[in-house]
Design a protein around this ligand. Structure first.
Ligand code: HPA
Length: 250
């Protein structure tokens, strides 16, 4: 078993990661967002990959999700914790807080979203009833309890194209569809992970109320502040969750 962490906006490096080496990988799908950082958190082996590149230069619709997932699998990862910044549609979810989503609706388009697009041996379908890996969700849930971190359990993630934020009407539509949070990177990442047989879960960090859910326009500076405090909590959650995942608790 080996854990990979895909860092999102606000998490381009893991401060509590002891780095062993950085590996540049090429894949049949092109280059991943950055070199894979191999190291340990506590005593648990971790591979870290910043989704938007080391300097946060790759926008959500240009991320090479195929190369990223392929490279992690190639590096030996079996489990993936993805960190995703989101806007809150559900008013109970406040900026700066963490959410453990359990469902996804995919509104993205034009992204390479499958490894099975051109299979001469026949059409391949995969089950995606439960898009996130339940055992990994349970570990994160337990880690949050141990760390005393407030983690909202269960939410439907609306994956939107970006990089612009949404209109009020779009958010109303997502809400009618049953979405609680909205973000730009949840798909096709989760689907590709499932295609590769990776056990994948997401920690969503609420950066802002979604468009129309607070007075005025989306406040980009406030987003940065909430992402910073949210990511501090993510680090603490990972510090507690990783030993649980590896059965290293003494
Ligand atoms: N919408 C889409 N993606 C996001 C948002 C949002 O409001 N906040 C952070 N990522």
């Amino acid at each position: 078993m080996k854990l990979a962490i895909i860092g999102g906006s606000g998490l381009t490096h893991l401060r509590n990661l002891t780095v062993r080496e950085r590996r540049v990988l090429r894949t049949p799908y092109g280059e991943p967002s950055a070199p894979m950082v191999h190291g340990t958190v506590g005593r648990g082996d971790v591979i870290f990959l910043p989704r938007h590149g080391q300097g946060h230069t790759i926008p959500p619709h240009r991320v090479n999700y195929q190369a990223n997932l392929w490279a992690l699998k190639e590096s030996g990862a079996t489990h993936v914790i993805a960190v995703n910044a989101v806007g809150a549609i559900n008013g109970a979810l406040v900026p700066g807080s963490l959410v453990l989503p359990d469902q996804i609706i995919d509104y993205t388009y034009g992204r390479e979203h499958t490894f099975f697009g051109n299979n001469p041996e026949g059409v391949t379908h995969i089950d995606f009833t439960h898009p996130y890996c339940e055992p990994l969700r349970q570990v994160l849930r337990q880690g949050a309890t141990e760390a005393g971190i407030d983690l909202a359990i269960g939410a439907t993630y609306a994956a939107t194209q970006g990089p612009r934020f949404e209109t009020i009407a779009e958010i109303r539509r997502f809400e009618r569809d049953g979405a609680d949070i909205v973000g730009m990177t949840g798909m096709p990442e989760a689907g590709l992970a499932r295609e590769l047989g990776l056990c994948y879960a997401s920690i969503a960090v609420v950066a802002n109320p979604a468009a129309g859910k607070a007075a005025g326009e989306i406040d980009l500076r406030a987003i940065e502040r909430f992402l910073e405090s949210g990511m501090t909590q993510v680090r603490v959650l990972l510090e507690h969750g990783i030993p649980l995942l590896y059965g290293l608790t003494s």
